[in-house]
Design a protein around this ligand. Sequence first.
Ligand code: CP
Length: 312
Amino acid sequence: MKNNHFFDRDIVTIKDFSRADLEFVFDATDKVSSLKPKERGQLASARTLGYIFYEPSTRTRMSFEAAMASIGGSSLGIFDPRYSSIEKGETLYDTIRTMDLYSDILVLRHQMDGSSRYAAEISTHPVLNGGSGSEEHPTQAMLDLYTMKKEKKNIDGLKICILGDLKYGRTVYSLLYGLVHYNVEIYLVSPPSLRIRQESIYGLTEKLKISELTELDDELLSKIDVLYVTRIQRERFPDIQEYEKVKGAYIIDSNVLNRLKSDTSIMHPMPRIDEISKNIDLTKNAIYFKQVAYGKELRAALLALVLNESGL
Ligand code: CP
């Protein structure tokens, strides 16, 4: 692969990447998935991924770790700050400086917006944003877009409904910033109190056809190609009583499924709480576990691209 723009680069925001860059990662993901284990296992041999997770994670951390192992590298890190010197009061600055000494590439998840940008300024090695506050989760958006491309064949032309907690859900923002490169129609559905933050999508409405709604009505359900469901982010509510008012606002169950087109794909960045009924899981519409699997492949490609100037 030529012109690897990802080599030695921080991935702090998806806004830094063009459509050509995204398509480059998707092609690299297809390539890494097609490699034989021996060949794949040489892409990061003797390289180390360092991760620091100030917030809980299942998929992001494990998929990065699994991805790194699959390309021949190793991982070390902090997945529970209570069992690190963060618990003793060590600063983010010193924690990043220390991890930078032990690793070749770093993944950070932190509750503060701007945390990954700050880490990138400190670290001598590339920093990948594994989720920064309510701001961004760029590698999640890359894998979401890759999933749409794989499952729907083409992102252009899709009618996409993004549902749930649009105020605090960081994956939503990164996804919208990535979708600006495609010709899509977006329907944002949320309770009024969890509407998208207007200041965070300033300028996007000129590039994307966006409609804001509060109901999953029949007209909407019968036309969308992708239903991207998100969790109400309980931990980000300043007042738990406000969470209680909106929890369970939307449940995707067989009643909703029957009102969708037969080929509508249901996605979710996960974790899911109660917003998609378990009996949807075995339907052909449910692609959220495929999305989880694509996460490992896309992150393997991304790690290989950032670590190797010659790419894949
Ligand atoms: N999608 C996602 O970020 O999942 P985790 O919180 O489990 O990492």
